[in-house]
Write a protein that binds this ligand. Structure first.
Ligand SMILES: CC(C)(COP(=O)(O)OP(=O)(O)OC[C@H]1O[C@@H](n2cnc3c(N)ncnc32)[C@H](O)[C@@H]1OP(=O)(O)O)[C@@H](O)C(=O)NCCC(=O)NCCS
Length: 169
């Protein structure tokens, strides 16, 4: 399979925060943001693999800043690394200042998707070639995050997590 670039499948989604999507403090409800991130990441995984892609795990979410009612929120999802059938997708969340239009990073998350065929069986995805400095940094850390995710899910023995052992030994 020919390699693809992260920019080939990058997904940008801009939307408002409406009253029905907030918590009692009038900030964006966490579950609503998770759903928006899942949607953006799913489109990216589908664009890269040209297959149905299912969420296999949510590896990391940082709710660093609350997002107030009425905010304009932009999600950017990009493939950071592919393996055999799975794809790591990074989602960066930006808020836009109403007056100046300046963008501030609000949150970020890392999801893993698996491309499947019509029967739900995992299927091979094209490799990815990172281009920018940030894409290369995220690519380099992805195997470590995959192993951590598999260990936490009970799908890999800690003993076999070579990348994690290398951090401590
Ligand atoms: C995700 C799913 C397809 C994986 O199927 P599986 O039988 O475990 O298949 P495999 O063991 O071959 O794993 C497939 C790939 O997923 C990866 N994977 C599975 N679980 C993972 C996890 N928790 N974290 C990271 N990667 C994971 C495997 O490492 C493998 O990657 P690779 O082929 O790139 O090396 C299957 O568990 C599934 O369909 N889950 C439900 C998905 C869903 O409905 N999501 C929506 C939630 S409501």
């Amino acid at each position: 399979m020919n390699p693809k670039k992260p920019s080939d499948s990058r997904t940008v989604m801009t939307d408002l925060v409406l009253p029905s999507e907030t918590n009692p403090l009038n900030n964006l409800f966490g579950g609503e943001l998770l759903a928006r991130m899942d949607r953006a990441a799913s489109i990216t995984a589908r664009r890269h693999s040209r297959r149905v892609a299912v969420t296999a795990s949510v590896n990391h979410v940082a709710f660093n800043r609350s997002v107030p009612l009425g905010s304009v929120v932009t999600l950017e999802a990009a493939i950071s690394r592919t393996f055999r059938t799975s794809m790591e997708v990074y989602i960066d969340v930006w808020m836009e200042d109403r007056v100046s239009g300046e963008r501030t990073k609000a949150n970020e998350a890392i999801y893993t998707f698996v491309a499947v065929d019509e029967t739900g069986k995992p299927t091979v995805v094209p490799p990815i070639e990172p281009e920018t400095e940030l894409e290369k940094i995220r690519f380099d850390g992805a195997l470590r995050r995959k192993q951590l995710s598999l260990v936490l899910a009970g799908k890999m023995k800690p003993h076999d997590a070579t990348e994690l052992k290398a951090l401590f030994i």
